[in-house]
Design a protein around this ligand. Structure first.
Ligand SMILES: Nc1nc2c(ncn2[C@@H]2O[C@H](COP(=O)(O)OP(=O)(O)OP(=O)(O)O)[C@@H](O)[C@H]2O)c(=O)[nH]1
Ligand SMILES: [Mg+2]
Length: 335
């Protein structure tokens, strides 16, 4: 039971205070007149059967302040997330979201409510041109990415292209740990008649010195993992200014997974994206993650498991055509 005293200039005022603090179930235990500051007041002693709950979180002091800040930040995020749901969507906005285009990417193409086909296509065409890698190849190209995305096969496919064009290309594998990795790349090197060397990641700089005669050195790496993390990749870059990184990603990867990985790698200065398993992409919507802020441009597409055939250079036209697939706009806008 909670017992409390309340004062007022009249008994009605004191009673109102009782009700406000303790609610309708309060019982008046006693009433008396008391003198306070030279005035006579009514004092009521009242009780209720329950203890009003204490606030769950004591927002006191520095800790309380940062707690409040965190709460506010969380609410802000929630409101931002809700904004796009609350705004009226155009039929095109609805179509793109239903095809799997990530909401955060959709914003690039116009405000949801007034997203129209013409403006969308115009923006998409100009954006696509910026999402394709056009710079010349660097001499040492390192293929990085998560397990099984297609690093080894992509670099072998690219090596075969260089070789067909008469360039002297060699393979260097830093994946000396995974069971079967050696055998896999050795088999490809043999089939395509490509020179192959092996080194541990920490021996990379030294190994490059011995490969000066090759026009291109394509470097295979272990999957990014706890034993081969981002700082191991950063060390590879430091080995020589001729080194550039291709990040290999599956076309079918979810935008959230790409974003999470990119948060770890964005400091590395990755040069380009190699997008694999393109043929497995159903709707093109999810692939719109390529427009996520900060991602490097796309250099190659891998379109199947045939080595070396299923590999192509990314072009704005091909990318545009891919992205417009399933959106019933392709024929009109791809020249
Ligand atoms: N369908 C399809 N299969 C692919 C594609 N790219 C690679 N693969 C297959 O995916 C599997 C893994 O490819 P790898 O090149 O060994 O992948 P990785 O990233 O080197 O794998 P780890 O070295 O184990 O991390 C192989 O069976 C490839 O044939 C693609 O674009 N489409
Ligand atoms: Mg591999």
């Amino acid at each position: 039971m909670k017992v409390q005293k309340f004062r007022g200039q009249t008994s009605v005022e004191a009673l109102a205070k009782v009700k406000e603090a303790l609610g309708e179930d309060a019982v008046i235990l006693s009433t008396r007149r008391v003198r306070e500051g030279g005035k006579w007041l009514y004092e009521m002693t009242a009780a209720v059967d329950f203890e009003p709950p204490e606030p769950e979180t004591p927002f006191h002091g520095k800790e309380g302040f940062s707690l409040v800040l965190r709460e506010i930040k969380g609410l802000k995020g929630l409101i931002e997330g809700l904004k796009c749901c609350l705004k009226p969507r155009s039929p095109l906005g609805e179509l793109l979201l239903s095809q799997g285009v990530p909401a955060e990417v959709l914003k690039i193409f116009g405000q949801n409510g007034d997203l129209n086909k013409e403006a969308f296509l115009k923006k998409l065409s100009s954006s696509v041109a910026k999402r394709v890698e056009t710079r010349p190849f660097s001499r040492v190209q390192v293929f990085i990415g998560q397990a099984g995305v297609g690093k080894t096969t992509s670099l072998v496919k690219l090596a075969a292209r260089f070789s067909c064009n008469g360039q002297r290309v060699g393979l260097l594998s830093l994946d000396t740990v995974r069971v079967g990795a050696r055998e896999q790349i050795s088999r490809y090197a043999e089939l395509l008649d490509l020179p192959l060397a092996f080194a541990r990641p920490e021996e990379f700089k030294e190994a490059l010195k011995g490969l000066k005669n090759w026009d291109y050195v394509l470097v295979d790496t272990p999957a990014i993992s706890a034993s081969f993390p981002e700082h191991a990749l950063a060390r590879l870059l430091k080995a020589s200014p001729e080194v550039s990184l291709h990040l290999v990603l599956r076309a079918t990867e979810a935008a959230s997974a790409v974003k999470k990985l990119w948060e770890r790698l964005e400091g590395l200065g990755v040069r380009s994206l190699v997008i694999t398993h393109l043929e497995a992409l159903g709707s093109s919507g999810p692939l719109f993650w390529i427009f996520m802020a900060g991602l490097p441009p796309v250099s190659f597409f891998s379109t199947g498991d045939r080595v070396p055939e299923d590999f192509e250079r990314a072009t704005p036209k091909r990318l545009l055509s891919l992205l417009l697939r399933n959106l019933e706009m392709e024929e009109t806008y791809v020249a």
